[in-house]
Design a protein around this ligand. Structure first.
Ligand code: ADP
Ligand code: MG
Ligand code: MG
Length: 861
């Protein structure tokens, strides 16, 4: 296929073929904007290059030479002609923007003869020699892979020896001297045709530099795309004082304000601005210096934004008072700017509401819900873990929950650092700004609880070694973080930093609300929240939840005022003793449920029956055990014996979920009674409760029947006694492969099915979700899995089980409601998949609700 396209042969729709930069250079050429002419070598050529072992295709040179001749004609100069030389930039450009990640070579086509010719022809020897030394430097760096530092070092040495500090003080003779030094350092081809060929290959190779690979992984860009190469005639911003270079945005990229925003440097090549070697001046300087050029730039940016209907980020150069466009692309922007621009553009009539929704990413939404670390302020990154709960936090390091409470009470902000967290750490987690754990994955206790609280968290930070006794956390790099040291976490990226890093405050604004209202208009999926406490429920409602999709009842028993009753219940030696504790628990559970029903008023509340293995409620240490025995009036030996009898080799696959209801029906009876009495009380108080009772960890329909029997009996006895009825449903969690595979047999006994994708993923993979932190980072690094399956739903296999379950059960019975309540319910890609599966709702932690609303709309527009 055709491998080379002139700038007048493509358009902006050719991104995949010509890369973003190439396609936009073509588009601007077609718009009649002043773009230095050139050609693009396609991205499939890059793939060919790699497939043939890093060799340029045989006929490529012939093909680009034809294009090159046409460029020469148009520019009225010749490549390699000392009398009238044409120089090129050789630029990378992938289909997806990867700013600054790959290589570019400027001033290509120079050699010892040509530099003389240029000096003469332009009557500007300083410019000619400066350009030549820049070329040698870039060519050496990119093509010859020489040590770039060395060149800068030589320039510094020379300046020092000659009493100069700034580039502008360097004369033609100075640059000549530098060139002589450079030529002693590297041997580079004098033949421009060889330079071009080598440079094209080097740009292709730069697709696979470590930083480019890293960037692709961070941004989920497939490695198979490859880069195009743009070969473009050079224009020179370093020609003199009537020349210069700049970058500009059609709107302010940090605030989103509708104002033209840019920076400009006089007598400088664009790389000086882009690389930040010299500090540029505000664009108003260009307006003062060259009003006509400024006017041209201003008109151009207006045209480009209208044309692309998006905020543009542009590069331009001025040579001898003449204006040139070198690049335009959709500008990167902060979350706040993203939302403002999208909403503004709708009111300006530039785009529609649906398009506006597509413009905003989930990370953008986070900026309104959590304080965010200022990316430009990041320093001293000492470790990296999993980005478990978004936002940024700074605080003093503490190593236990009790310490967290203590230090927070002294008025400090704290970051809780643990090997892992357990339900016993909740009180400490509540007072912490952020949570950092060495172990655990994206669905570990720390991650789930932190997301639920909207607190920033990093889990699975294996680069840390925590020593509780010494009160230190040591990084692999040997940095020791001590108790009370100040650190900052970026839960959106997983980075741990020393000191206090600046953050932007979270707060919703009118634009954000507008965007969310559009999301609600266009989505089909409804969005519920996972919440247990009235506070979380209130937050969820405020953020737009349309019900509770998962209330984990066990969370209500971890509270310090109740945990001993729960423990007493578990350690009971007979049914009678157990019942006395259950009666006390009933009282708490009913109050909790009532508060939740009131908070949610007329929205559905899905209540899961007790799920975790019972020993999770029991103390671990010998000392705690003895104290507990004392409080319960039991002998320590007896308590120890029962605790031991409850221990399991593999608790996640052990005595938990609905198995508890089968063996201890009295626990379920208590829970159902609490729910029913609370519903009646709420009803009497003028609310419209609609509980949905959910049976966890089911493997077959007999379990469902047995437990539904308990549920119905319990509800009916309350209804009969109180003479009040209320709507309720009974359904099951779909979280074992067997439940999914046999869904048609469950269908007739349930009114809803909610996919518990945390357990379903765990059981499908056989990956313990609490232990994946040990190997998932390596799996990701080595590309053995594409994503952490606990973060983004594995559509291939886990998704297949879900799909099968939905289809088979739907065939068996109409009208079942389907939902998802695993952590994936808040992940945009997983939400897209749930939409396609035809689920009715997703349920996620309250702080993910706005993200889920937008993702659900994006899936449907
Ligand atoms: P990046 O991928 O880093 O954006 P570019 O291909 O845009 O790399 O090149 C970097 C800089 O080189 C540009 O910002 C521009 O200032 C300069 N440059 C590229 N091509 C030319 C050209 N034809 N004439 C003058 N300067 C150029
Ligand atoms: Mg650029
Ligand atoms: Mg589960």
């Amino acid at each position: 296929a055709k491998r080379v396209y002139l700038f007048n042969e493509g358009s902006k729709d050719d991104r995949n073929l010509l890369g973003g930069k190439g396609a936009n250079l073509c588009e601007m050429t077609a718009m009649g904007l002043p773009v230095p002419f050139g050609f693009v070598i396609t991205t499939p050529t890059c793939r060919e290059f790699f497939e043939s072992g890093n060799k340029l295709p045989r006929h490529l040179e012939t093909e680009y030479n034809v294009a090159l001749r046409l460029v020469e004609d148009r520019m009225g100069a010749r490549f390699g002609d000392p009398e009238n030389p044409l120089l090129f930039s050789v630029r990378s450009g992938a289909p997806v923007s990867m700013p600054g990640m790959m290589n570019t070579i400027l001033n290509l086509g120079m050699n010892d003869d040509i530099v003389e010719g240029m000096a003469k022809k332009t009557n500007n020897p300083r410019f000619a020699y400066d350009s030549y030394r820049r070329f040698i430097q870039m060519y050496a760096d990119v093509v010859l892979e020489a040590d770039g530092e060395q060149f800068e070092h030589e320039i510094e040495q020379y300046k020092k020896a000659h009493g100069k500090t700034l580039d502008v003080e360097m004369t033609a003779e100075d640059w000549q001297a530098i060139i002589a030094i450079f030529k002693g350092l590297v041997d580079f081809p004098q033949n421009p045709a060889v330079q071009l060929k080598e440079a094209i290959a080097a740009v292709f190779l730069s697709w696979n530099t470590p930083r480019a690979i890293f960037y692709r992984e961070m941004n989920n860009i497939p490695a198979s795309l490859g880069t195009a190469v743009c070969v473009q005639s050079m224009v020179f911003g370093n020609f003199g004082d009537d020349s210069g270079s700049g970058v500009a945005f059609t709107r302010n990229p940090s605030t989103g304000d509708h104002e033209f925003y840019g920076e400009y440097l006089t007598n400088a090549a664009g790389e000086d601005v882009v690389a930040g070697i010299r500090t540029p001046l505000p664009i108003s300087h260009l307006e003062e210096q060259m009003p006509e050029v400024y006017q041209q730039l201003f008109e151009t940016q207006k045209r480009l934004e209208l044309h692309y209907q998006d905020m543009q980020d542009m590069e331009f150069t001025v040579q001898e008072g003449k204006f040139y466009m070198l690049q335009t692309r959709s500008g990167k922007r902060t979350g706040r700017a993203s939302v403002k621009i999208a909403v503004d553009m709708v009111s300006e009539g530039l785009i529609g509401e649906k398009e506006a929704l597509m413009r905003v990413s989930p990370e953008h939404v986070d900026a309104f819900l959590h304080p965010m670390i200022d990316v430009n302020a990041k320093t001293d990154i000492v470790a990296k873990g999993l980005p478990a709960s978004p936002g940024g936090a700074t605080g003093r390091v503490v190593f236990s929950a009790d310490e967290a409470v203590e230090v927070a009470a002294q008025g400090h902000k704290v970051v809780l650092v643990r090997r892992e967290t357990t339900p016993e750490d909740i009180h400490g987690m509540k007072v912490s700004e952020g949570i950092l754990t060495e172990l655990g994955g994206m669905t570990s206790h720390a991650a789930v609880v932190a997301r639920g609280m909207g607190v920033c968290a990093i889990t699975g930070c294996g680069e840390l070694t925590i020593d509780y006794a010494a009160g230190t956390a040591t990084t692999d790099g040997g940095i020791v973080i001590k108790r009370m040291d100040e650190i900052t976490l970026d839960g959106s990226t997983g980075e741990v930093m020393l000191g206090d890093i600046p953050k932007t405050e979270a707060s919703a604004n009118e634009d954000f609300m507008t965007l969310l209202s559009w999301a609600d208009k266009y989505r089909r999926l409804s969005v519920r929240a996972n919440a247990e406490t009235p506070e979380d429920a209130a937050k969820a409602r405020e953020l737009g939840a349309e019900g509770i999709g998962l209330c984990r009842t066990e969370h209500m028993f971890f509270d310090s005022s109740r945990i001993d009753i729960m423990r007493g219940m578990i350690l009971s030696e007979d049914r009678e003793e157990r019942q006395t504790y259950l009666d006390q628990l009933l009282h708490f559970q009913r109050d909790d449920m009532l508060a939740l029903f009131k908070e949610m008023h007329d929205l559905p509340v899905t209540i899961r029956l007790l799920d975790p293995p019972l020993h999770e409620f029991l103390p671990h240490g010998e000392e705690d055990l003895v104290e507990l025995a004392g409080r319960l009036g039991k002998s320590a030996d007896k308590v120890r014996e029962i605790v031991q009898s409850l221990q399991e080799v593999n608790p996640m696959l052990g005595f938990r979920g609905c198995r508890l209801s089968i063996i201890y029906p009295e626990i379920t009876e208590m829970q159902v009674k609490a729910i029913a009495e609370a519903a009646v009380a709420a009803h009497k108080a003028g609310y419209n409760p609609s509980p949905e009772i959910m049976i966890p960890l089911v493997v077959n329909v007999r379990e469902i029947r047995a437990i539904t029997d308990i549920i119905e009996r319990g509800i009916m006895s309350v209804v009969e006694q109180e003479s009040v009825s209320f709507p309720y449903k009974v359904g099951t969690m779909m979280e074992t492969p067997r439940a999914c595979l046999g869904a048609e047999r469950l269908a007739n006994s349930v009114e809803f099915m909610s996919f518990g994708t945390n357990d379903l993923t765990q059981m499908t993979y056989g990956f313990s979700r609490d232990d994946v932190g040990k190997f998932i980072p390596d799996y990701l690094d080595r590309n053995l899995v594409e994503d952490d399956p606990f973060v983004s739903l594995d559509q291939r296999a886990v998704g297949k089980l879900m799909k099968m379950a939905v289809e088979d059960s739907r065939e068996a019975k109409e009208g079942i409601k389907y939902g998802i309540c695993g952590e994936h319910g808040g992940d945009p890609r997983s939400i897209q998949f749930c939409h396609e599966l035809g689920l009715d709702y997703v349920s996620c932690s309250p702080y993910r609700v706005p993200v889920a609303r937008i993702a659900a709309a994006q899936a449907n527009v």
